[in-house]
Design a protein around this ligand. Structure first.
Ligand SMILES: Nc1ncnc2c1ncn2[C@@H]1O[C@H](COP(=O)(O)OP(=O)(O)O)[C@@H](O)[C@H]1O
Ligand SMILES: [Mg+2]
Length: 247
């Protein structure tokens, strides 16, 4: 579905050049849920932004559905760490925004947004404005907005980072439900090893900058996953191995 071949990225700034990514190769299959972990500053966000459409000065190739990806595609949705909603638009209007840009007719856009509002559990908030929402609710809107054009791939950059742990755990379970309902492919950056092990099919580990993929773990916990699994032996073993692989 999404493939990177030897991606390198170097930022130019006044102090010179800063290499963020060093020949990153990865492959994500259709409907797979892959997580990406690595130390802060290793290039995870840079990789995600590059995969969303290589506008950055990169070397290497990105293949999407077997075709070279040379510009951002509606088939690839991205959710940033900060929800970046438009405060003057209602929840519904934030979600229909990307659909307006695709030229979908107004009624169809509203129907799609209403469907997503139900999916992400925000019934009753369609007409609310973002400033009254909690952090978890704002992230749900951001996820709904990214899903609105029915992307084949959803890229998530530490989506639950701003949430406290008690909000964060159920959001992980919700994300699994959404992933399954929308039949999408997910690549999620997280700094929580537990979240990576609990949610994904496979976890990729990046080295300190310049980021390279240095390890890969198949998470063979059965699905459906449940929060209780994080107290089991297999989960503990996988988490320990992932932790050891992070420099
Ligand atoms: N737009 C940019 N211009 C210059 N340097 C950047 C830019 N974005 C990120 N960097 C640098 O690239 C490195 C990787 O950053 P980032 O991809 O945000 O890492 P991570 O998400 O893993 O914390 C860091 O050293 C960061 O300072
Ligand atoms: Mg980041």
């Amino acid at each position: 579905m999404l493939q990177a071949q030897s991606l390198s990225l170097t930022y130019a700034d006044s102090a010179g050049a800063l290499q963020a990514l060093d020949r990153v190769s990865l492959q994500i299959g259709e409907r797979e849920f892959v997580s990406l972990v690595g130390p802060s500053g290793c290039g995870k966000s840079s990789l995600l932004r590059t995969l969303a459409g290589p506008s950055l000065p990169t070397r290497g190739t990105i293949l999407f559905d077997g075709e070279p990806l040379t510009q951002p595609s509606r088939q690839i949705g991205i959710v940033f760490q900060e929800p970046t909603l438009m405060p003057w638009r209602t929840v519904l209007e934030n979600i229909t925004l990307p659909l307006e840009l695709t030229g979908l007719n107004h009624q169809a856009a509203i129907r799609r947004a209403e469907e997503l509002i139900r999916l992400v559990g925000l019934e009753g908030f369609a007409e609310a404005h973002p400033p009254i929402l909690s952090g978890g609710m704002e992230q749900r809107v951001a996820i709904a907005r990214a899903l609105a054009p029915r992307p084949k791939v959803l890229l998530l950059d530490e989506p639950f980072d701003a949430l406290d742990i008690l909000t964060r755990e159920p959001m992980g379970e919700e994300l699994l439900r959404i992933w399954s309902a929308e039949q999408t492919t997910v690549l999620m950056v997280t700094h929580s090893i537990g979240e990576a092990a609990l949610l994904s099919d496979r976890t990729l580990v990046m080295s300190p900058r310049p980021g390279r993929i240095t390890a890969e773990f198949v998470i063979d916990l059965p699905r459906p996953r449940a929060l209780e699994m994080q107290y089991g032996n297999r989960f503990g073993e996988l988490s320990r191995r992932i932790r050891q692989a992070i420099a």
